[in-house]
Design a protein around this ligand. Structure first.
Ligand SMILES: [Zn+2]
Length: 72
């Protein structure tokens, strides 16, 4: 399981091969793999508890879905 971030700042978690550095974000942009995940993923949002990350992801996904709905 690796974390990726696209140019719009979306975080994406994917199961990929170790060599794979790029995946496609849900927004359609290329997302680059975050090498030092703990240091980077804790920046920009104040979730310092393990469960906060999951809640953040869920909110993010809901927002993405809403945006996609609005765009279609
Ligand atoms: Zn994105």
């Amino acid at each position: 399981m690796y974390e990726f971030v696209c140019e719009s700042g979306h975080l994406t978690e994917r199961y990929v091969h170790f060599e794979q550095n790029i995946v496609q974000c849900n927004c359609g942009a290329s997302a680059k793999r975050i090498i030092s995940a703990p240091a980077i993923s804790l920046e920009g949002w104040s979730g310092s508890f393990p469960s906060a990350h999951g809640r953040f992801e869920q909110r993010h996904l809901d927002k993405l879905k809403a945006e996609q709905k609005a765009n279609s």
